[in-house]
Design a protein around this ligand. Structure first.
Ligand SMILES: [Cu+2]
Ligand SMILES: [Zn+2]
Length: 193
């Protein structure tokens, strides 16, 4: 039978283990600086609206970008997309010329990093988590990024001369392979400015 002293020590050890696990989970999120938003709406400071267009030039949805202190939220709603996981990135130029959208250039990369959250030399400021399109071809998602800003004049600002673009890809981002995570063709594009 456990003595009272042993019971107290055991409980203390359990509590400590729980708080360490909690802290490391929090660090994982904070380190990445990018993720899906589960914390509810964020106050709108300065909003940007991005109309998303498919390879045929049809408007398929809209993204609304807002900022609260140090985090940017991207609220994306679109339809007519292939079901499944798709990469989503900010690309460096504000030009969406279909059908290949090559005009958008490479990933937005003001700090000269390599691509991918899991790349030791990563990641691009334009890298974002994959989105999941449902069986009906729709997506409605909130994504948080702490590595871009709407404040003008900063190297990582989404508000810049000539703008930049938001792109949805054919495939999921593997979060590792430089320069674009093996995410395939660019299937939708929207000018951010
Ligand atoms: Cu991309
Ligand atoms: Zn990238």
């Amino acid at each position: 039978m456990l003595t009272m002293k042993k019971m107290i020590m055991l409980m203390g050890a359990l509590l400590l283990a729980c708080s360490i696990a909690y802290a490391s989970a929090r660090e994982d999120i904070a380190e990445e600086g990018v993720g899906h938003n589960e914390a509810g709406p964020i106050a709108d400071v300065a909003a940007l609206t991005v109309d998303m267009t498919n390879q045929q030039g049809e408007r398929i949805g809209r993204a609304t970008i807002t900022e609260n202190t140090d985090k940017v939220r991207i609220h994306l709603e679109a339809e007519g997309l292939p079901p499944g996981k798709h990469a989503l990135h900010f690309h460096e130029f504000g030009k969406c010329e279909g059908p290949d959208f090559k005009s958008a250039g490479s990933h937005f990369n003001p700090y000269h990093k390599q691509h991918g959250f899991n790349n030791p030399k990563g990641f691009h400021a334009g890298d974002l988590p994959n989105i999941e399109v449902d069986a009906s071809g729709k997506v409605k998602v909130d994504i948080i990024s702490a590595v871009v800003t709407l404040k003008p004049g900063k190297p990582n600002s989404l508000k810049r001369e000539g703008g930049l673009s938001l792109i949805i890809h054919e495939k999921a981002d593997d979060y590792t392979t430089d320069p674009s995570g093996e995410s395939g063709a660019r299937i939708a594009c929207g000018v951010v400015n």
